[in-house]
Ligand binder design. Structure first.
Ligand code: EPZ
Length: 418
């Protein structure tokens, strides 16, 4: 597995361009199989998860070809298999979106249970509960989910818990159900809205995405569409925090500043200078960093996917900080790696208490998941000395050209292929 060699004490300066949103891409690509016709999806990040979903569509009998690194042409016009039961499907959690998409188009779907990052239990009970509410029979056996329905009938679904994946998956299934479905207590993340916008371009009738209540009027069929996805809120936040932790001055470009509000406010509270422009944010850190408390919440709260990254930053702020992880049961596994670099952290359930240190020190560490891997890079950039980061395959799942983008900003990161 590849490793990254990161030279410490590098102040990041310059401009970085943000790629398309991974969590929008992994929803709209499965959604494309619902169309009788061709879709062209633009501004996709060139990352492993996108390539994996492409392979799955090809194995289902559709075509999914790269027009360029960031554009896919997806054609499932002639129909595809409703059974996504091969190994490729188990590589990423977002494969579960094929359940909603195939159930919508064929009223039946068989999908291997998803894999995904190894933090906390990652059930899909809310997804299956939603499918059953729409009239599907859903069984889990032999590591597969089997779903089928004579008819899918629109209904009102109240989400026991705010869930991005379940909200999107139920929206997919309801898009071609008979009648109207309302999803209450829906997730409001930007990628939920992006997926709804793409479905509407395909001929769906969805209103309210981005609010607590999404209303979906079922349609007979969907046609292909050309659609450009939104920029990645989490990649953007990662580079904003990178500027802060290295005392740098970075313009993060091709973003939607509104999506960054919770992080922008937190960095401002921590004595970092933030300049917002139409489609970019400049982050300048030339004063001592203040400690802060962070609570992760569903959007528009502070995103859980920036929790490891902000933890790295808080570990070198003056004073004591606290993080409360309210979304995932066990998303602190990376803290052992951060401690190897000298961070002073104690974990009590959902609470992480961080005592700021003057300087982190280089170490050999491992990425335990995608965002934890990003946090290791941030910590290593600020640390004294040369760090080695293993588990780079996790980072490559969600960050396009990661060492190139950081090196353009003045980092010195080398990839060792093993
Ligand atoms: C999406 O995961 C993202 N992944 C995650 O990002 C992100 O952390 C998460 O949303 C929260 O924002 C993708 O979009 C592919 P959830 P998802 O359903 O949809 C519980 C990254 O780094 N839950 O909103 O799986 C669940 O256990 C990844 O890009 C159930 O109990 O998250 C969690 O505690 C990591 N039953 C909470 O809800 C269910 O059926 C929120 O999960 C579904 C979820």
């Amino acid at each position: 597995m590849d490793k990254l060699i990161v030279q410490g004490r590098k102040r990041l300066v310059g401009e970085v361009s943000i790629s398309g949103a991974k969590n929008a891409a992994v929803a709209v690509i499965p959604a494309a199989v619902m169309a009788e016709g061709v879709s062209t999806l633009e501004n996709l990040p060139y990352i492993e998860d996108v390539r994996s979903l492409c392979h799955t569509i090809e194995k289902l009998g559709g075509t999914c070809e790269y027009i360029d690194r960031h554009t896919l042409r997806i054609d499932c016009d002639g129909g595809i298999d409703h059974r996504a039961t091969f190994e490729e499907v188990q590589k990423i959690r977002a494969s579960y979106y094929f359940l909603g998409a195939l159930l919508a188009r064929y009223k039946k779907a068989e999908v291997a249970m998803p894999g995904g990052c190894n933090f906390g239990t990652r059930p899909i009970d809310l997804h299956l509960k939603g499918f059953r509410a729409l009239g599907a029979t859903v069984e889990e056996r032999d590591g597969m989910v089997h779903a089928y329905a004579e008819r899918l009938i629109g209904t009102s679904i109240y989400m026991d818990q705010v869930s991005v994946g379940a909200t999107i998956n139920i929206m997919l299934a309801a898009t071609m159900a008979e009648g109207t479905t309302t999803i209450e207590n829906a997730a409001k993340e930007p990628h939920v809205v992006d997926t709804a916008n793409y479905l509407n371009m395909m001929g769906a009738n969805i209103k309210g995405a981005g609010t607590d209540v999404i209303r979906i009027k079922g349609v007979e069929k969907l046609h292909g569409a050309q659609y450009a996805i939104i920029p990645d809120q989490i990649e953007a936040g990662t580079y904003m925090i990178a500027a802060a932790i290295t005392g740098g001055d970075v313009l993060v470009k091709n973003i939607i500043p509104k999506h960054m509000d919770s992080l922008t406010a937190k960095l401002d509270e921590m004595n970092v200078t933030i300049e917002e422009h139409d489609d970019s944010i400049r982050v300048t850190a030339n004063r001592p960093l203040h400690c802060a408390n962070v609570k992760t919440m569903s959007y528009p709260g502070f995103p859980t996917d920036l929790q490891p990254q902000i933890a790295a930053l808080l570990s070198v702020c003056q004073g004591n900080s606290m993080i409360t992880e309210n979304v995932w049961d066990n998303r602190y596994q990376y803290m052992d790696e951060l401690r190897k670099m000298g961070a002073k952290v104690t974990i009590e359930g959902r609470l992480a208490r961080i005592e700021g240190v003057e300087r982190l020190k280089a170490a050999c560490v491992n990425a335990t998941d995608l965002r934890a891997g990003a946090a290791m890079i941030l910590a290593a950039l600020a640390a004294e000395g040369e760090s080695v980061i293993g588990g780079v395959k996790y980072i490559d799942r969600g960050y396009e050209d990661v060492e190139h983008k950081f090196n353009t900003l003045g980092a010195q990161i080398t990839r060792i292929q093993e």
